[in-house]
Design a protein. Structure first.
Ligand code: ATP
Length: 371
């Protein structure tokens, strides 16, 4: 039996899903009330540290596990009664698991034969997917005659051959070396664009998530922390976890002092005042946390003019990073910030240890965090 699936805007809808694993006396809550909609044709990434529940969510969508509570819809249909092979879904794992004794052609054809397709159709599809992954010349090779990257391309081809509507990818690039992993990112993204298939990609690598995804769901401890475009997630993190997990961030604890229209005034523990643009409703006197990316702080010499918040600081430490220099600066009374300054043509860092400097920070550079 195969399921008839009608097209709706959401490929996958996860509704209030809880997953509890029983281990001896212990209960492990791998997913804690997760709700999420993944659109048709999108490249969606589940991003989070090890153990946060990414793979569990993928396995629930694939049908290898079932939810303890809540439900999952595929293209508007409930799927709990469908076995994995009846779902319009296929999975690519970290280890490509090609059949070692079969050549590339037969590896791809195998699944199609199991589905009862005839030889003419199988031949057409195998050639089509081999061409998609740019491996047409390798049909007769055995897996051991291919590089790691080529084997992973065959694994993608094999997963695409039955024309799934959703492709689940569980850290498929992590077994490859860094250079190859970076090259495969754009290949995978174009594969998704060319096929129009919804990709759900699992990774703990923030760079991978930021470069490939239409949208990212950031997870921690079984909970979805934020869903948004790469730009949203990087520029407008909702909470401390997201701000800290993706990129580098300075956190500043402050008290809300006054408001001047859209612009709020906050006071740091050392008495320094900051002005920033509001993005959350908070009342006067409340304790707040602000996130500030190191590259959004401009370092200036004492005689330079400043257009945003002006803070005086002293250079404590500096690290040369090639494209830029990372400075640790001291604002006094236990407040320190990291600042990233792009290196000039000469490559020399502009400031030395102990220098007094000005920090110029635009009011819109701060993010007011929810928690
Ligand atoms: P990783 O990046 O390391 O693969 P993950 O984010 O994919 O991690 P999951 O594999 O989904 O995390 O695991 C989430 C939690 O559920 C972990 O605490 C894990 O130990 C637990 N877990 C997963 N599968 C089982 C199982 N079959 N039995 C018991 N506990 C499990």
């Amino acid at each position: 039996m195969t399921a008839t699936i009608s097209a709706t805007r959401e490929a996958v809808k996860v509704q209030s899903v809880v997953k509890i694993f029983q281990q001896q006396e212990n209960q492990i809550k791998a997913l804690d009330d997760v709700s999420l909609e993944i659109r048709d044709n999108e490249f969606f990434t589940l991003l989070g540290p090890s153990g946060c529940g990414k793979t569990t969510l993928l396995r629930l969508i694939a049908g290898f596990e079932s939810p303890s509570q809540g439900e999952i819809l595929l293209f508007g249909q409930r799927i709990e009664q469908l076995a994995p092979f009846q779902r319009p879904v296929n999975t690519v794992f970290q280890h490509y698991a090609l059949f070692p004794h079969m050549n590339v052609y037969d590896n791809i054809a195998f699944g199609l034969k199991m589905l009862g397709k005839d030889a003419t159709e199988i031949d057409k599809v195998v050639k089509e997917v081999l061409s998609l992954v740019k491996m047409s010349d390798y049909a007769k090779r055995k897996p051991y005659q291919l590089s790691g990257g080529q084997q992973q391309r065959i694994a993608f081809a094999r997963a695409l051959a039955p024309h799934p509507k959703v492709l689940l990818l569980d850290e498929p690039l992590s077994a490859l070396d860094l250079k190859l992993r970076q090259a495969m990112r754009s290949e995978l993204k174009s594969l998704q664009r060319e096929t129009g298939i919804t990709f759900i990609f699992v990774t703990h690598d923030q760079e991978e998530a930021l470069t490939m995804s239409d949208r990212i769901g950031v997870m921690s401890e079984g909970k979805l922390q934020q869903v948004g475009s790469p730009l949203d997630i990087y520029e407008r993190p909702l909470n401390r976890f997201v701000a800290d997990f993706i990129g580098k961030t300075n956190f500043l604890e402050a008290r809300l002092e006054a408001s001047h229209g859209e612009v709020l005034e906050a006071v740091l523990a050392n008495g320094l005042k900051l002005h920033f643009k509001q993005s959350l409703a908070k009342s006067k006197g409340e304790r707040i946390s602000l996130a500030l990316r190191p590259e959004k702080i401009q370092l200036k010499a004492l005689n330079e003019s400043v257009s945003g918040n002006l803070l005086k600081a002293r250079i404590l430490d500096r690290t040369y990073l090639g494209t830029d220099t990372s400075y640790q600066v001291d604002l006094g009374q236990g407040i320190f910030l990291e600042v990233r300054d792009q290196n000039a043509l000469s490559g020399n860092a502009r400031f030395a240890l102990g220098d007094e400097v000005l920090l110029d920070i635009a009011p819109q550079a701060f993010r007011l965090l929810q928690d």
